[in-house]
Write a protein that binds this ligand. Structure first.
Ligand code: AFD
Ligand code: MN
Ligand code: MN
Length: 430
């Protein structure tokens, strides 16, 4: 038997913390009551919040300068799922898994699916990889994949995506996410329009093979690995491609994939308005595609993004149903702690966005009262909803204090004994 964070271990840790939490919660409920906000309704919202974790996020990430493994690191997809289960049991909002192929290609999809479902987990989105060459691969992706000038390379990249969707169907996944590194480093290297045309024609084949009820997510990124021009470089190109492909193709926003200082909440709002916001890869960023923990650098930006999302949900924007996923790379923390903390931070932003007095905000906008409009948002953002989040975890069977609980469990130490080191995991995060 491998060690797991069971309900009884969690309850034991929660027990001495319940009284203080109840007091804090009651006090907050009283304060919110004065603002005509029902704390209980927010607890329910928090319990219903969901964000998927990436299979590639539970191992050490690494940068192009190196990768620092750690003892007890998962060595295969089953051990990765064990760690995903630990995150889920602590915070209870992360039962979904984004699976990466080929990094986490299952030997037997039915066995992997049963293993996941036995732990209360399910597969959410499939992620293809045509930004790296794999051993034994016939054609190289050095000069692109879905947009490559050579039809044989494009064929190989399309087939890989089709295989990902086949595996995903066996696993019960519901969407496929395509991110490509295609682009160029030198002016003149690419014919911009032809490259995008080739990408689109490859994507048309992938779209045509999309399983019933699935959604196809297009993930754009400004630069890297291409440093001069990227084929799928921004949300406008992503929107155009999603529209060209059809109603089941959507844009996916990774928070780290924009130009510095871009107003991401505005991008989000545009995609909502144009009916193409499919989902998110949440993380945080100081400089570029940093893949830092969600909410660690710009929590106000995260809140403002959720403000747009909650506004759209409350006003019943047609077809609005974005998927939430984390996409982080952990280099200086235990990935379980980072993913658990990020799950909490996203739930926090989601709950805080429900505190916005939307009638008051609309009134400020109508009267051009810029100062009070900001204060209306700030009132929501500066309200400490921690007791609501902790109460929702407690009621869902999770930990009142997930990080303290995790550390007290000795999980990683036990895994170090169960998982004797040696087999290095493959790629880091690009
Ligand atoms: C890389 C990309 C992108 C993608 C992920 C999985 O930057 O964020 O989502 O790989 O394919 O990290
Ligand atoms: Mn991403
Ligand atoms: Mn990224």
């Amino acid at each position: 038997m491998t060690f797991a964070i069971t309900d009884s271990i969690i309850q034991e840790h929660n027990q001495p913390r319940v009284k203080a939490l109840s007091e804090d919660y009651e006090h907050l409920a009283l304060q919110l009551g004065r603002r005509n906000i029902d704390a209980e309704a927010l607890v329910t919202r928090a319990m219903d919040f969901r964000v998927a974790v990436p299979s590639w996020g539970v191992g050490a990430g690494g940068t192009r300068f190196g990768r620092f493994g750690f003892t007890g690191e998962p060595r295969n997809i089953f051990e990765k799922l064990e760690d995903c289960e630990a995150v889920f049991r602590l915070v209870r909002v992360t039962p979904g898994i984004s699976l990466h192929i080929p990094w986490d290609r299952p030997e037997s999809s039915p066995a992997l699916r049963a293993f996941a479902e036995g732990r209360g987990l399910h597969f959410d989105s499939m992620n293809s990889n045509t930004f790296q060459d794999q051993p034994g691969q016939k054609h190289s992706y050095q000069f692109g994949s879905l947009s490559h000038v050579d039809a044989d390379v494009r064929r190989q990249a399309i087939d890989h995506n089709l295989e990902c969707m086949e595996i995903g169907q066996q696993l019960g996944a519901r969407s496929h996410t395509v991110w490509i590194g295609d682009g160029g480093n030198f002016p003149g290297q690419l014919h911009f329009r032809s490259a995008l045309e080739r990408y689109l024609s490859s994507m048309r084949e992938i779209y045509a093979a999309l399983p019933e009820r699935w959604r196809l997510f297009i993930e754009h990124k400004l630069y890297e690995p291409a440093f001069y021009a990227t084929v799928l470089n921004d949300w406008g190109t992503s929107y155009y491609c999603a529209r060209e492909l059809g109603p089941r193709a959507w844009s996916l926003v990774d928070l780290g994939h924009h130009a510095p200082n871009i107003n991401i909440e505005l991008v989000v709002s545009r995609l909502i308005q144009f009916g193409k916001l499919g989902g998110f890869h949440f993380n945080d960023s100081q400089y570029g595609d940093d893949d830092l923990d969600a909410g660690s650098i710009k929590p106000f930006q995260l809140f403002l993004i959720f403000n747009e999302l909650v506004d759209a949900a409350l006003s019943h924007v047609e077809g609005f149903d974005p998927s939430f996923m984390l996409d982080q790379s952990h280099n200086v923390t235990d990935p379980i702690e980072s993913l658990a903390a990020s799950g909490v931070e996203l739930t926090r932003a989601y709950v805080q966005a429900h505190l916005v007095d939307r009638a008051a905000l609309a009134d400020c906008q109508q009267r051009n009262d810029a100062l009070l409009a900001l204060q209306t948002l700030k009132q929501a953002f500066t309200t400490d909803v921690s007791p609501i989040l902790a109460m929702s975890r407690l009621r869902a069977g999770g930990a009142i204090d997930p990080i303290a609980m995790y550390r007290a469990s000795g999980y990683r130490r036990r895994k170090a004994a169960e998982r004797p080191a040696a087999i290095r995991l493959g790629a880091g995060i690009v």
